[in-house]
Design a protein around this ligand. Structure first.
Ligand code: ADE
Ligand code: ZN
Length: 343
């Protein structure tokens, strides 16, 4: 397995059915069924919104700091088995505060698991606070202000939830507050929305990374900007299949084109409990599709590390691991790993 950084995973999207059932029982939350197969069968979608409806519904079981700790620990343990060496994990605080769960409960539970990542799994990890588009710009600004007392628990701010109808321009104030605090900035754009959403994320929010970005390929000028400015795209192939935001066959996915175009693309899992897999499952599915060479899997791993917000020292350490893995496989060392700490 190539050592990688996971840069696009929503912690709420790692809620597997067995944990969902256990937390529902512990917190006396009534689910539509207590049969795991019935619950699992609901994990079938035809659009981003159809998925989000279930994703928000299931969050009702997360109530205590211990719940958030267990959710995050379960993810980190699974991620370590997927070859993840560094994780930047999204969380959606508004989806919890809206239900009456205090922000501190969410942040302290997640942070506790993250604080154990190094010792338990040899991984580094951090949190990125995501703002929910469907609640609008004012709510986003309020959320980021309310989160500032917890500033040391997260490294960046992101933007997620329903994309169409909620362009990045609505969130300029929230992102300006985040920028003034020295937070990293990322946003989902070009998942369902067109290239104009990606332009706005870059020009109006000043994002350093674009989450998904698939539809950027429809705009040659935008692609040139992404390439020249080395803006990473965090691509989620199994998510795209599940939400029908890409062709039905992985063999027809845009990822090889992104690499051929020299874009800084890497592979991630988005909501692995809902979309059929963690980082290793995404890689296995791409491998089965037969459209990438082993060298390209190495490039994807190196890209994920270069695109992360890890310290320069940590990036150098992880790129050295990629280099060693390439040498062990007898394939070309990815250029980013050759350059190592200079990236
Ligand atoms: N793929 C996705 N797109 C937008 N918002 C999300 N929230 C969780 N997963 C998401
Ligand atoms: Zn996402």
């Amino acid at each position: 397995m190539w050592p990688s950084a996971e840069l696009h995973v929503h912690i709420e999207g790692t809620l597997e059915v067995p944990l969902l059932l256990r937390l529902a029982e512990r917190n006396a939350v009534e689910l539509v069924s207590s049969d795991p197969e019935v619950l699992q069968r609901r994990y079938a979608f035809d659009s981003l919104q159809s998925f989000l409806d279930l994703y928000y519904e299931n969050l009702a079981v997360l109530r205590t700091e211990q719940d958030f700790y267990e959710l995050c620990s379960a993810y980190l343990e699974r991620a370590a088995r997927a070859g993840v060496r560094h994780a930047e994990i999204f969380f959606d605080p508004q989806s919890h505060t809206e239900r009456g769960v205090p922000l501190g409960t969410v942040v302290f539970g997640l942070s506790r698991a993250i604080g154990e990542a190094q010792e338990r799994w040899g991984m580094t990890a951090s949190l990125i606070l995501c703002l929910l588009r469907h609640l609008g710009g004012e709510a986003a600004s309020d959320m980021i202000r309310a989160a500032l007392p917890f500033r040391r628990h997260f490294v960046g701010v992101g933007l997620d939830s329903s994309e169409l109808g909620f362009p990045p321009s609505l969130f300029q104030e929230a992102f300006a507050i985040a920028a003034a605090e020295g937070l990293h900035r990322v946003a989902h754009a070009g998942e369902e929305g067109g290239p104009d959403y990606v332009w706005e994320a870059l020009d109006l929010l000043g994002v350093e990374r674009v989450d998904h970005g698939n539809r950027a390929l429809e705009d040659a000028e935008l692609m040139a900007v992404l390439r020249e400015r080395r803006i990473p795209l965090t691509v989620c192939p199994l998510s795209n299949l599940a939400l029908k935001t890409a062709p039905d066959e992985l063999a027809d996915h845009a990822l090889p084109v992104m690499l051929d175009e020299g874009l800084l693309a890497s592979v991630h899992s988005d909501d692995p409990a809902y979309f059929g897999g963690y980082l290793d499952d995404n890689i296995a599915a791409l491998r089965a599709a037969g459209v990438l060479t082993e060298e390209q899997f190495g490039v994807l791993a190196a890209n994920s590390i270069v695109s992360s917000f890890a310290s320069a020292e940590r990036k150098a350490e992880l790129l050295a691991e990629v280099r060693a893995h390439a040498l062990a496989l007898g394939v070309a060392v990815p250029a980013a790993a050759r350059r190592g700490a200079a990236e």
